[in-house]
Ligand binder design. Structure first.
Ligand code: M6R
Length: 365
């Protein structure tokens, strides 16, 4: 049942604090991320030279966040490949490559085929799957389950954030076993990760603020979503979510790339959603926002609460995200973007849980 909510999507968004906690907590031992119960040997995480994520849709977007995390905190080379392209682009994988397949259903045919290709080429394989015993889990050497519980809405929400939770745990564990983090730093990382459920809950408690802001894109034909670094990675997902459930054309753009073409499309009729949570690119991001505002765009701003805004700028909406360490801001910001897409769909009177032309499990190539 929908637990009193009008749609599964809302129920599943609201379940996130709990299912994220259930995914993280059993995997922290002595304060340090630990996959002993999943039977993941540390050698798997230590001996690889490269990581390659294969996945589709939302799961691929989770992989992009994983890429940013592993690259910057573990300093390992990592690629994220669309599973549907992986085999046809002669991707290079070998016995020193750890291939990670990410899939909610565990039955997506493209991801399954990519995994088989990786195995044929000698790679080590690990999957991050939600449905117990699914084909992708069975086909890979190692599996880590997300404890999201059944996800019914076609638009993935809690599966995504629990996939992210696993990727944080992997980052923490890899940094530790590869000697980049000592026990103290690994514990610090895990402590911040353990705060995620409560911080996401704070965003969900304020969902009516996002409902109000969502009116700014209700009648839009096109929406642009801009951000840099991790903010860009989560906007790709936020944009997919909006497209899927509201049928509004939306594009996520790395802010710095705007002036290489797309800014030509920004007018007073294209609302822009901007996410600003990363200290190191904050000031560049705000200047990109000023550029779109000067083309007449109305901007909905999701920003870390600690940032201050120039006086005199007008905004179509502002949502202040509870602060965490920068690399964890992905979590509260993603919850806010899910709610934004949800409320647009709800207020348009659409069938939120069953968008046209989409299936929950994609078993054709
Ligand atoms: O079951 P999977 O995670 O392998 O599914 C992958 C995609 O089909 C899925 O994430 C799809 O993009 C969702 N509709 C997104 O909301």
């Amino acid at each position: 049942s929908k637990g009193g909510y009008p749609f599964y999507m809302e129920k599943e968004i609201m379940e996130q604090p709990e299912v994220i906690a259930e995914t993280i907590e059993p995997r922290i031992k002595d304060g340090i991320p630990d996959f002993a119960e999943d039977e993941i040997p540390d050698s798997l995480l230590k001996d690889c030279d490269r990581v390659c994520v294969v996945a589709c849709g939302t799961a691929m977007h989770a992989g992009l966040v994983g890429k940013a995390l592993l690259q910057s905190l573990v300093r390992i080379h990592i690629d994220v490949e669309l599973a549907s392209e992986f085999m046809y682009t002669d991707t290079i994988v070998d016995e020193k490559t750890l291939v990670i397949a990410i899939s909610q259903s565990g039955e997506t045919i493209d991801t399954l085929e990519a995994l088989k290709y990786a195995k044929r080429n000698g790679a080590k394989t690990l999957s991050i799957v939600n449905v117990r015993g699914a084909s992708i889990a069975r086909e890979s050497e190692y599996v880590i389950y997300t404890n999201a519980g059944p996800e019914i809405a076609v638009a993935s929400t809690k599966a995504y954030t629990t996939q992210l939770a696993v990727l944080y745990l992997l980052t923490g564990r890899m940094a530790y076993v590869r000697g980049i983090y000592d026990a103290g730093r690994a514990r610090e990382f895990a402590r911040e990760l353990l705060r995620v459920p409560q911080v996401v809950a704070q965003v969900l408690d304020r969902r009516e603020e996002i409902h109000y802001i969502a009116r700014g894109i209700l009648n839009a034909k096109d929406v642009f979503m801009i951000g840099r670094g991790l903010d860009h990675s989560i906007l790709l997902e936020g944009s997919l979510k909006l497209k899927e459930v509201s049928y509004i054309h939306s594009e996520a753009y790395a802010s710095g790339e705007l002036k290489h073409g797309t800014i030509a499309l920004i007018t007073e009729d294209t609302p822009v959603v901007a996410v600003v949570t990363q200290d190191k690119v904050q000031s560049k991001e705000f200047s990109n926002i000023r550029e779109v505002q000067s083309r007449g765009a109305e901007v909905i701003l999701l920003m870390k609460e600690t940032y201050t805004l120039d006086k005199g700028t007008s905004w179509a909406g502002i949502f202040k995200l509870p602060a965490m360490r920068d690399e964890f801001m992905v979590m509260p910001a993603s919850a806010a973007l899910q709610l934004l897409a949800y409320y647009v769909s709800l207020d348009k009177g659409l069938d939120v849980d069953k968008p046209r032309n989409l299936a929950k499990v994609v078993t054709v190539e």
